[in-house]
Design a protein around this ligand. Structure first.
Ligand SMILES: [Zn+2]
Ligand SMILES: [Zn+2]
Length: 258
């Protein structure tokens, strides 16, 4: 009896801390239906806290998490100013734009338990998520809300990123650092759902992605099935790059301020 009570206490405590353990008893919403825990039953708090790099400050407040970063990458780029330790010269085929990597003051606030939205909102220009290193994630479009074209494509560094107005450096594509032909966790989008590289954890390319590039399943980080996005598995305009995210959010987007 004492043992059972202890187990319940440990279980409950664990569930409060992680909201992953003992999930069946703590599901606050299963409205996602029969496709898995798409209705906010899975907390992302533990993974967010563990996986964001030290350059990103993570703060949990009630049912939201806020990540703050200065938006600069932890890898090489020709967009660092010459002389910076991470500066590298552009490589063949690149044609960098006049910007460089500038310090930002990002704050992204997302739900601890992301849930599917009944009406899916299209992603728009500007930050749609934050990579684990604190760099902003953008969709497949550029100014004028048109898809990245062949000219703009040359402006991307090996990271699949470039600076925009205000020297806000951001990823549109997978590139060489955050994840590409693997199952890396890349970051989280503004609706709170995680985004992964092109593969699932079993090494396969997912074949059942929905119109917004996601599906429900377990990942290396989530042992309970959760909706997650994947980078596209088609080379963009025959280039070395793969779009991180196009289309709409699966859930309801939180705020991203700078
Ligand atoms: Zn851009
Ligand atoms: Zn997957």
């Amino acid at each position: 009896m004492k043992l059972a009570l202890g187990a319940i206490l440990i279980c409950t405590t664990f569930a409060i801390i992680t909201a992953i353990g003992c999930k069946k008893n703590n599901s606050n919403d299963n409205s996602g239906g029969g496709t898995g825990n798409t209705g906010g039953a899975v907390s992302i708090t533990t993974v967010v806290t563990a996986k964001y790099k030290s350059a990103v400050t993570v703060a949990v407040s009630g049912s939201t998490i806020t990540m703050r970063s200065n938006g600069t990458p932890d890898h090489v780029s020709p967009y660092w100013l010459a002389g910076h330790a991470l500066y590298e010269a552009q490589i063949a085929g690149q044609n960098t734009n006049p910007g460089n990597i500038g310090v930002q003051n990002y704050a992204m606030t997302i739900p601890t338990n992301p849930a599917e939205a009944t009406s899916k909102e299209a992603t728009s220009l500007g930050p749609i998520g934050m990579a684990l290193n604190g760099v902003a994630i953008y969709n497949d479009r550029e100014g004028g809300n048109v898809p990245v074209d062949a000219n703009v494509l040359k402006s991307f560094d090996r990271a699949g990123a470039h600076p925009g107005p205000g020297n806000s450096y951001h990823y549109h594509f997978t590139g060489d650092f955050i994840g590409n032909d693997n199952a890396n966790l890349i970051g989280f989008l503004r609706d709170g759902f995680p985004i992964y590289a092109r593969k699932d954890n079993d090494g396969s390319y997912p074949s059942n992605l929905d119109a917004n590039g996601g599906h429900v399943g377990i990942t290396a980080d989530f042992s309970t099935a959760i909706y997650h996005y994947h980078a596209a598995n088609t080379a963009y305009m025959g280039s070395r790059f793969y779009v991180l995210k196009a289309g709409s959010y699966h859930g309801t987007k939180g705020t991203f301020t700078n």
